[in-house]
Design a binder for this molecule. Structure first.
Ligand code: GDP
Ligand code: MN
Length: 382
């Protein structure tokens, strides 16, 4: 789950990381009032779940309260990477002497949380990695010990090699960021930029955190920060319907039971030249209602050109799935082709139900996937 910058800053602050103060505004009036109360120049920052806000015009310096108002006027309601900006963070502007990067990500290759720091901050870390890889230090952290003090020092000195005072202060921030990351169930925590002000102080000017969805039950306070307006509507609907759903960019809508079979189905769609429109696991239980919800969510995506059901009936009864398909299409008939493959528990009954309602079912997975890809691409693939 993504959280907003101001929310991540609240968490960082609790762990002692130096973060500038700030208040959130949803109207230009409010932004002006907040800027006046600070009595300094401010930065008005789009609060939206997207990176690169600066480049997109979503971060603006404002010298006066009137400027802050104008900036908020421009930023609230603007689109950044397809998302509408609902609110802004108004925060006193810092005078920046230098910008660095510090972040923690979970890395599959090393199976660890990996610390990454770079004295070249303010820009995308991917860009630094591509153009000046020697400016990044990567440090996989052993989960048995957490970030050890000497490791924090190495990170701090990599950032500020020729300034021992800053290096030590940075080392402290590295430990605090590690604490914030682990205590919140984070899958990512990032400060970009971590700046040295012209006054010589370290300050986290930007904050980003992603929380592992599987940690949210342990952190109800963080779970409450979920902003459904910032999420893909189909993913919100799926979560409410208890479906595991990830929206993708392809045109073959997939309805599958079981995460493993769903992955295998997506692989096969790609193998035959198609692109899946989603990952969807309707789960192992039998429940026609889930099928109804799944179809409703998938058909809402205008990219979807064909629907592929791939059901292996174990605990899932295929006749329940068939009933779900019939129920879902009774009131709103499909306008796109659908391929149904099912096999396993009660498959004879399922086939009968489907045939009575004018559907046909296949039993071979390869055949079904090829057919769905062909229908989705108009015969151009497979
Ligand atoms: P992002 O583009 O979404 O990562 O947003 P950031 O919060 O990182 O802001 C982008 C850039 O705006 C930073 O790298 C800074 O160069 C600049 N910026 C942000 N806050 C301040 C500030 O308080 N003072 C100054 N001078 N620049 C700022
Ligand atoms: Mn940033």
């Amino acid at each position: 789950m993504n959280i907003h910058e101001y929310q991540a800053k609240d968490i960082f602050r609790r762990f002692g990381i130096p973060v500038p103060p700030g208040d959130v505004a949803t109207t230009p009036d409010e932004a002006e009032r907040i800027a006046r109360a600070y009595g300094t120049g401010v930065v008005v920052k789009a609060q939206v779940h997207a990176g690169g806000r600066g480049k997109a015009g979503g971060v603006k310096l404002a010298r006066t309260p009137a400027d802050a108002r104008a900036a908020a006027q421009q930023i609230i309601g603007m689109q950044i990477k397809g998302l509408t900006v609902p609110k802004v963070l108004v925060t006193p502007a810092a005078d920046i002497a230098s910008e660095a990067y510090a972040g923690i990500i979970v890395d599959r290759a090393s199976k660890r949380a990996v610390y990454m720091v770079s004295p070249a901050g303010g820009i995308d870390i991917e860009e630094v990695a591509a153009t000046m890889p020697d400016k990044i230090m990567r440090l996989p952290v052993d989960p048995r010990y957490g970030l050890l003090p000497f490791e924090a020092s190495r990170l701090g000195f990599f950032l500020y090699m020729d300034n021992a005072k800053l290096a030590r202060e940075a080392a402290k921030i590295m430990r605090q960021l590690w604490q914030a990351f682990t205590a919140s169930g984070g899958s990512l925590a990032e400060i970009n930029p971590l700046v040295v002000t012209t006054g010589g102080d370290l300050l986290a000017l930007d904050a980003k955190m992603v929380i592992d969805d599987n940690e949210l039950d342990r952190h109800p306070d963080i779970a409450a920060l979920r902003d459904e307006t910032a999420e893909d509507p189909s993913e919100v609907a799926a979560r409410r319907a208890n479906l595991t759903f990830i929206k993708l960019d392809g045109n073959v809508g997939c309805v599958v039971n079981g995460a493993g079979l769903a992955m295998a189905t997506m692989d096969l769609v790609k193998y035959y030249g198609g692109e899946p429109a989603n990952f969807l696991d309707i789960g192992g239980s039998s429940n026609p209602e889930k099928v109804v919800n799944a179809l409703r969510i998938i058909t809402r995506d205008p990219n979807v050109k064909a629907i592929l059901f791939n059901i292996f009936g174990g605990i899932t009864r295929t006749d329940d799935v068939a009933n779900g398909i019939v129920a879902a299409t009774r009131d709103t008939p499909l306008t796109i082709p659908m391929v149904i493959r099912l096999t396993g528990t009660n498959e004879e009954i399922a086939v009968q139900i489907l045939q009575q309602h004018g559907f046909s079912a296949m039993t071979d997975m390869d055949d079904a996937v090829q057919k769905a890809v062909r229908l989705a691409t108009g015969g151009k693939a497979a």
